[in-house]
Design a protein around this ligand. Structure first.
Ligand code: OMP
Length: 272
């Protein structure tokens, strides 16, 4: 099954466009986890079990693991998702962007070592730097387009021939790079107008849309701007707002995460 097929099935099975971001920051873990070996693994498993029926994808951010030499725990987490929740795609957020020969190794790392179904990549070294990911025909390459951060404007809004750079990226990926239907784009929920522009350029290509929750993106505007005609087409990511949700009424961290994930999924569904 290809990444896109798996994602389409997960949108339907869980009636969800919510991508649960796995950005495990030990400093924010509940106190009892702090000195526990493999705390990252245990914490993430708790989140995964609590949200797997309300998510359309999981997005581990590799830096949170690599910084603590916890790549082995990331491997186990990916394996855990593939085994327990085989219908939920894993998007490895690595934002890779090196040249071809090096990109081949990054592709192996994402797809072989971690068994991810898709990986985030930067377009700025051009097609030959993205092509190695596309060699993995059943996997996805999600290309940065209009990122959620304010500084994304420094380059992505540069005007080239009357069109902002991010729109050139959207057109290039849709018209030239996506020959096997395995690409997606990243557009931040913090920029709904740009999200609508991108959707009008790319047809039904899937979008990874981070920026709701902790970054304050507007759910209604995001869904209305980015959805496809059938009310899908997006993985709307929230990480910190779910992972570190404040427990209420005796909840543990996983129950709190589930409550916020459900609320977010349902808020998104109101506007599909
Ligand atoms: O590619 C990404 O996932 C990404 C792109 C982008 O434009 N903005 C963005 O925030 N992200 C990632 O999405 C997650 C957002 O986390 P929260 O702000 O905690 O919801 C982080 O893992 C970011 O690295």
């Amino acid at each position: 099954m290809t990444f896109i097929d798996k994602l389409s099935a997960a949108w339907k099975a869980n009636n969800s466009l919510l991508c649960v971001g796995l950005d495990p920051d030990i400093a924010k873990f509940p106190a009892e986890w702090k000195n526990q070996p493999d705390a990252i693994l245990a914490f993430c498993k708790g989140i995964i079990d609590a949200t797997a029926d309300v998510a359309c994808s999981f997005k581990p951010q590799i830096a949170y693991f690599a910084a603590l030499r916890a790549e082995d725990q990331l491997e186990e987490i990916c394996s855990y998702i593939r085994t327990r929740y085989p219908h939920i795609p894993i998007v490895l957020d690595a934002k890779r962007g090196d040249i071809g020969a090096t990109a081949e190794q990054y592709a192996r790392e994402a797809f072989e070592r971690y068994g991810a179904h898709a990986v985030t990549v930067s377009p700025y070294m051009g097609f030959d730097s993205v092509a190695p990911y596309l060699e993995w025909k059943d996997r996805g390459a999600i290309v940065l387009c209009r990122t959620s951060n304010a500084g994304g404007s420094d380059l992505q809004f540069l005007n080239i021939d009357g069109v902002p750079l991010y729109q050139h990226v959207a057109r290039l990926v849709a018209d030239k790079w996506n020959t096997n239907g395995q690409c997606g784009l990243v557009v931040g929920a913090t920029f709904p107008e740009e999200l609508a522009q991108v959707r009008s350029i790319i047809g039904d290509m899937p979008l990874l849309v981070p920026g709701v929750g902790a970054q304050g993106g507007d759910v209604a505007a995001t869904v209305k701007s980015g959805k496809t005609a059938d009310g899908a087409g997006m993985m709307i990511n929230s990480s910190r707002a779910i992972l570190y949700a404040k427990p209420e009424d005796g909840e543990d961290y996983a129950a709190a995460a589930r409550r916020v994930a459900l609320e977010t999924r349902d808020a998104i569904n109101q506007y599909r």
